[in-house]
Write a protein that binds this ligand. Sequence first.
Ligand code: PHE
Length: 342
Amino acid sequence: MILEKINALKEEINSISAADKQAVEDLRIKYLSKKGFISQLMVDFRSVPAEMKREIGQKINELKNLATDKINSLKESFAESADSEIENLDLTRTATPYELGTRHPLSIVKNEMLDIFASMGFTIAEGPEIEDDWHVFESLNFPPDHPARDMQDTFFISRNPVDILLRTHTSSVQTRVMEKTEPPIRIVCPGRVYRNEAISARAHCFFHQVEGLYIDRNVSFSDLKQVLLGFAQRMFGPETNIRLRPSYFPFTEPSAEMDISCDICGGKGCAFCKGTGWVEILGCGMVDPNVLKACGIDPEIYSGYAFGMGIERITNLKYKVKDLRMFSENDSRFLREFESAR
Ligand code: PHE
């Protein structure tokens, strides 16, 4: 009797199927719940003769396992399809897919420059583009009648009570750091600067700079030269030579301009370097004691060097971009050319 019931149930369970989750749950109740068919068998099991209990018990167990496995696998099949629906739903996908842009050539070169200086121990300092006269000129030892203060070069925003202007160089960031920091100071200041110049292939009313400053005890001109040589060789190749020419900046004394050997002709002279074999890349010098004093640093104890260069200029040399205006026109055909340089 009981054996027939078991076999019939076995056949039935082997062929169960379900259309949805609810149907699976119904099957579970039908076969496996307390009042389900398999529990019912246990009632009949009580009257099974002792010598058959072992065999019948085993069969009931097998039936129970079969039902559990079947129902679990049905359950899983529905759980899986629900999960995969969620998995396939990409909530981060844009509604209208658009192409990824490329990094701007000036950003590529700036990052390269900053990486080189970071490896020499310089940290990055940034400051405001809208500045006051003190940080851009006064603190940097510009005499009141210096031509750079002239309306020709500087965009003024307001002139009363103090001059507020667009910074003409990122040396203003150096002043801001010196005012607040005890030496040693070793920083590079990247950023956009503004000068009131007619826009042409060679000049623009804004451009970008990286300026550097190092202040400590016993800093010498030879330290400066070594850092700049290291920079030039990493930026333009290990064969690069440098040359320092005496120059003038109000905030450095002595001051110099630095040329690198022309990497087009290798120093022999060509149209690019106007036959000289050298191209100018930056200004530099030892920080004038007046600047240190203005920023509350004792020039009897500390000395330092500073340098500054245009990112456009370095980019032009590296990638031979002939017209400065291309950097701000956002022509994607031009920008795409730097795709592989990232
Ligand atoms: N501030 C100078 C400029 O904008 C560059 C410079 C920085 C020169 C530091 C010497 C030392 O042209």
